[in-house]
Design a protein around this ligand. Structure first.
Ligand code: HDE
Length: 693
């Protein structure tokens, strides 16, 4: 058979195979079937490549343009699909169809992101998490483009480019990636006292979440609800995770970013694939302008939150996230959120940060997505019918029959025409506005510290200590002593004296004098819901437990734990010195899921050291010993079974309510569950300070 005939034969067989398996033949961008995708067209076997090779050019031209500009901020993120289900009774507040229709669900797309790092940066950096949701409602797309922190750094949009330049890697050397621990960020903070409140949140455990299923979300700005009677209410959006809120330790975060930079994205996808769908409840604090006028802060100031002691959160509905993306670029990279995407029943407020955002997002999309037709990209396209007279532009995909592309017209009987009433169409709330044109900051935005203090004072002891440690860590990376001194003297001391003193001592700088600043008389001294402790986990679904084994481990114990894990929806991984199956003490083989070295303790929530006839093997294995010590240091639940109970003494551990020694797993499983549910044993933190990281 000559070469050509042979190739044709193979190809025919391959084509048939594709048809049989229901697969698809590779084509060019224009649909021509490709016969050879391995070799370009040459003049002779070793000759030069021919310009004529339209298949090579077609492939390269697209490849050369595969990247689009990454987002200036929030470049790294994950995306997933889900739906929203409204609760009964929301029509009292709003006429928004998706919030009042309790018979149907509304499809949605969520994107959760970090802010500072580029698209290829690590997941568990200390940073704000973006929490953006696009609801594909029957009245058009509605986006809530929020964060996992209820306030923001600055009060006016005009300062945003300066803030972002300061927090991003520094101008000269593009260092550091995914971190705020550098001179330009802290320079900006020290010179802008309005950042004080938000910075306490970014230095808190909120900025190093355990996973992205366990973060709260906030709309940050004050928005408006309008009901069918045109009554208007001011509102603040809240997203409360059904999974509870949880954090990692800073030491874990630092290690995770090296050992598993995709830790959060992997966890989110795994949870969906395993049917443990992430859920959040959407709620809103709803209040009137008259109520807001009584408070000692301005609800238009995005550096302020409304304590839930003043206005509790009214639940409005829930979201369920049940499908990860199929095509990261087409969905997560091209999704275009905007706070300006709004539907009837919801309206903006005059928050000057929000007002600037209403311009910025569309402007960004025009740049990133190549023109005015980005609404036609499938992930951005409304699911409700839409009819405009917009025509042409780059990458227009729509074909509009008919003569008239203007309104009013008679040629197409004046279709599409204006809506008849505001029952379904958008109508701006007729707020009275009056005043001189001024570039000023209102006096009501002047108090920059009261709520920073409120936040700090509302936290548990360990949360406060983590904030102290975070400021000390970050500022220790700042080269300019002058900047550090300004942060301590112009910011920290006005938030909390102990905090300022701690940081000054850690940096070897002078302890400042106590603040003499007159803050708003604090009617509310602490606010319960500002602490992570107010959002415990309801169960231990999707938590990961490592079982450490060596040859001669007890297969019976491994089996018993697996049965328990199945009933609790917990993920178990049997980890051995290498990936080969091990021989159990009962003479059976135990399947191994991974190497202890390759699946470090930082990627697990708890560890069980399995009993067996192999104590010496454990004690001569540095990786295994480090595994237990590191889990202990990171305050995680640990079970030492059978002969491994002696590790308590041999590894100098101290017994506590998350460290169990037992002959059988069954005797400790209920308390082990409670310890996993609590995530960490914070009381252990003081004792572990001396253990090296
Ligand atoms: Fe954004 N922001 N932002 N932001 N923001 C962007 O839009 C901007 C702000 C937030 O997953 C950009 O498409 C200005 C507050 C999220 O795609 C950009 C100001 C909050 C995301 C932009 C703010 C946010 C962005 C970058 C101050 C919380 C990611 C690329 C006036 C309430 C959305 C893009 C996604 C993204 C501008 C402040 C949240 C440049 C001008 C406050 C979650 O347009």
């Amino acid at each position: 058979m000559n070469k050509k005939v042979k190739n044709e034969k193979i190809n025919q067989l391959e084509q048939e195979a594709h048809v049989v398996s229901g697969g698809q033949i590779l084509t060019s961008s224009f649909g021509v079937e490709v016969l050879d995708n391995q070799n370009s067209l040459k003049a002779g076997e070793t000759g030069p490549t021919l310009l004529e090779d339209f298949l090579l050019r077609d492939k390269m031209i697209h490849f050369d343009r595969e990247r689009i500009p990454e987002r200036v901020v929030h470049a790294r993120g994950l995306g997933a699909h889900g739906y929203f289900e409204a609760y009964e009774g929301n029509e009292k507040w709003t006429k928004a169809h998706f919030l009042t229709d309790t018979k149907n669900t509304t499809p949605l797309f969520i994107r959760i992101s970090t802010v500072q790092g580029g698209r290829g940066s690590a997941d568990v950096v200390r940073d704000v998490r973006g929490f953006a949701i696009k609801f594909y409602t029957q009245q058009g797309n509605y986006d809530i483009v929020g964060n996992n922190i209820p306030v923001f750094f600055i009060q006016d949009a005009i300062k945003f480019p300066d803030f972002v330049h300061a927090v991003k890697p520094e101008n000269g050397n593009e260092v550091p990636t995914g971190q705020s621990a550098h001179d330009s960020f802290w320079d900006f903070i020290s010179l802008n006292t309005e950042t004080a409140h938000m910075t306490t949140w970014v230095m808190s455990d909120r900025a190093i979440p355990r996973n992205l299923r366990s973060i709260q979300g906030f709309g940050v700005h004050t928005f408006r609800f309008i009901n069918a009677n045109n009554d208007a209410f001011l509102i603040k959006f809240h997203w409360t995770p059904k999974q509870g809120v949880a954090q990692v330790l800073w030491d874990e975060a630092l290690k995770l970013n090296g050992k598993d930079p995709d830790f959060h994205r992997r966890d989110f996808e795994d949870a969906i694939l395993q049917g443990n769908y992430p859920e959040w409840e959407l709620g809103a604090q709803i209040f009137t302008e008259e109520e807001a006028a009584q408070w000692d802060f301005d609800v238009l100031d995005p550096t302020k939150l409304v304590p839930e002691e003043l206005v509790p959160v009214t639940p409005l509905g829930k979201i369920v996230i049940n499908k990860y993306t199929d095509d990261f670029f087409a969905e997560t990279e091209q999704v275009a959120f905007s706070p300006a995407n709004i539907v009837p029943g919801i309206d903006f407020s005059n928050d000057p940060l929000l007002q600037g955002r209403l311009f910025s997002y569309t402007d960004t999309h025009l740049h990133r997505l190549g023109g005015a037709n980005f609404n036609q990209i499938p992930i951005n396209k409304p699911v409700c019918p839409y009819h405009t007279n917009r025509r042409g532009g780059y990458a227009n995909h729509e074909i509009h029959p008919g003569k008239a592309n203007y309104e009013p017209n008679t040629l197409d009987n004046n279709w599409p025409r204006e809506a008849k009433s505001d029952a379904t169409a958008f109508k701006t709330h007729p707020e009275k506005v009056q005043g001189s044109k001024l570039r000023v900051r209102p006096e009501s935005f002047a108090d920059h510290f009261s709520q920073a203090t409120l936040h700090y004072q509302s936290l548990a002891k360990h949360e406060q200590q983590h904030i102290k440690d975070a400021y000390a860590f970050e500022l220790s990376k700042v080269k300019s002593q002058e900047i550090c001194e300004r942060v301590i003297n112009a910011i920290l001391v006005h938030i909390d004296f102990d905090l300022a003193k701690f940081v000054a001592n850690e940096l070897g700088l002078a302890v400042p004098k106590k603040s003499t600043l007159q803050k708003a008389a604090a009617k509310i001294k602490t606010s319960k819901k500002l602490s992570i402790e107010a959002f415990p986990a309801p169960d231990i679904k999707q938590r990961k437990v490592a079982l450490l084994v060596h040859d001669k481990a007890s297969a019976q114990s491994v089996e018993a734990i697996k049965v328990w894990a199945e009933s609790e929806n917990v993920i178990i991984k049997v980890l051995a010195p290498n990936s080969a199956p091990i021989q159990s003490k009962e003479g059976k083989e135990i399947e191994v899921d991974g190497r202890q070295n390759g699946e470090p303790s930082i990627t697990f929530d708890a560890v069980v050291v399995i009993d067996g006839d192999n104590l010496d093997a454990f004690l001569s294995d540095g990786v295994a010993k480090h595994y237990v010590l590191e889990s202990y240091k990171h305050l995680k639940p640990i079970v030492l079974l059978g002969d491994k109970q002696v590790l308590l003494k041999r590894l100098f551990l101290e017994k506590d309510i998350a460290l169990f020694t037992a002959d059988s797993f069954k005797s400790v499983q209920d308390n082990f569950k409670k310890a996993i549910q609590a995530h960490r044993l914070w009381e252990r933190e003081d004792k572990t300070a001396a253990i090296p990281a």
